[in-house]
Design a protein around this ligand. Structure first.
Ligand SMILES: [Zn+2]
Length: 295
């Protein structure tokens, strides 16, 4: 994918806009490849447009395609073993742009980000600010391509707090559960949606989705080291039958339960009509009277 992204670098503004639209749509829905816009669905088609970053300043999702200011993400190495990459070695400079955010806020958020990611085994790229205070966006987004040696496909645009929580979940629960219950390591997850400027469940009114704050990820599938994939919609049985692994409990159920220790919202099949084929995890702010929602 990185090669593909690099290859598009030389395309002009119209192509960038087209790519932005295609990528934005594809990010919000499960199917990959991302080149074809997905058909409208509850998850992908806001009835009422939400405020967006100014067209002149492409969002990081567009940046993943062709923003000259951003360095390409290093390609994740499936199944790589040995010493983990350090964030410092792979880190590129933050883009110059402050977008529509106060400079002090952007710089503070970036400094906090670097501090919290230090020492974690991530492949990530610093991106330019998205949106504006009080609306969609976040001052210091990053694109993550690999977290704790688990590939994020395609790379996800998230906050650093979110990346830290994802790293902890992968390291402390996802990987141990996979080895224990499936007998294989997870080497990748399929990103069905990360940043998207929209309201919850794409409603025309109501609160912004945590996706609009780059504070959420939809995971549609897990890739295993034995060349198998288990989809959230299909549960673990498909994988077990396909590669003949022994079942020691319900992997998906265990994952979903464990996610609630790391995130503030966890939704999946059965929770409502919007989450039948993916796990949604986010870091919604918990204020007095607002509790975790895991179902
Ligand atoms: Zn979601």
């Amino acid at each position: 994918m990185v090669n593909e992204l690099q290859g598009r670098k030389s395309l002009g503004g119209l192509i960038l806009l087209a790519a932005f639209l295609a990528v934005t749509t594809a990010y919000a829905s499960a199917p990959i490849p991302r080149s074809k816009p997905a058909p409208p669905s509850a998850e992908t088609s806001p009835a009422v447009p939400l405020p967006r970053a100014k067209p002149a300043a492409p969002s990081p999702e567009a940046s993943l395609v062709s923003a000259p200011e951003n360095a390409p993400l290093p390609r994740a190495k499936p199944g790589r073993a040995g010493k983990p990459a350090t964030t410092a070695a792979l880190r590129k400079a933050w883009p110059q742009s402050m977008g529509d955010w106060p400079k002090a806020e952007v710089l503070a958020a970036r400094a906090a980000c670097e501090k919290m990611l230090a020492g974690l085994d991530l492949i990530w790229r610093p991106d330019q600010p998205i949106g504006e205070p009080g609306g969609c966006g976040t001052p210091a987004p990053i694109a993550i391509a690999e977290v704790a040696q688990i590939r994020i496909d395609p790379p996800a645009t998230v906050t650093c707090d979110f990346a830290v929580a994802l790293n902890a979940w992968f390291t402390q629960s996802v990987q141990p559960e996979a080895r224990k219950r499936v007998g294989a390591s997870v080497i990748g997850v399929r990103n069905a949606s990360s940043y998207a400027c929209r309201r919850r469940n794409n409603a025309s009114t109501g609160k912004l989705s945590e996706h609009a704050r780059a504070n959420a990820l939809d995971i549609a599938a897990f890739d295993f080291s034995k060349s198998a994939q288990v989809t959230v919609a299909g549960g673990a049985s498909g994988l077990l039958q396909k590669i003949g692994l022994s079942a020691k409990g319900n992997f998906m159920k265990a994952l979903r339960k464990s996610a609630c220790s790391y995130f503030n919202t966890v939704l999946g099949p059965g929770a409502d009509r919007y989450h039948g084929d993916h796990f949604h995890v986010d870091l919604m702010k918990l204020r007095p009277g607002r509790f975790k929602m895991c179902r």
